[in-house]
Write a protein of this length. Sequence first.
Length: 107
Amino acid sequence: MSHNATLPAAAAADFLAIDDAREAAFAVLAAANRRHDADHDGAAYAAALDDVQAQFAKVEALVAAAKRTYFPRYRGRLIVTLGDALLVSPTGRSSRLVWSRRDDRNA
C-alpha cells in the first residue's frame, strides 16, 4: 500500500524537497569534517559549521511549513528523515508513516 496515495501531489513534492535538503545538509557536514580532518584549521571548521547550522535551519523551516500546511491540527511532530515522513504523537509513543520516497519511486 502506498502511503503517498492519500497526500496531495504538492505534499509529496514538498517532502521530497525536504528530504533532499536534509541530505544536502548532511553532505555539507561530512565535507566539513573531512576538510577539518585533513587540515586541522579550527577557524575554517567553525565557519563551515556555521554553514551546516544554516542548512539545518532551512530544513527545520521547511518541515515546520509543511506541518502547518498539511497537518495544521496535529499536535505531535512531523519528522522527515531517510526518505520517510512520519507523524509522531505528542507523547512520542506512536508514529504514522505519511510519505515514503520508496513509494514515489514505485508509483
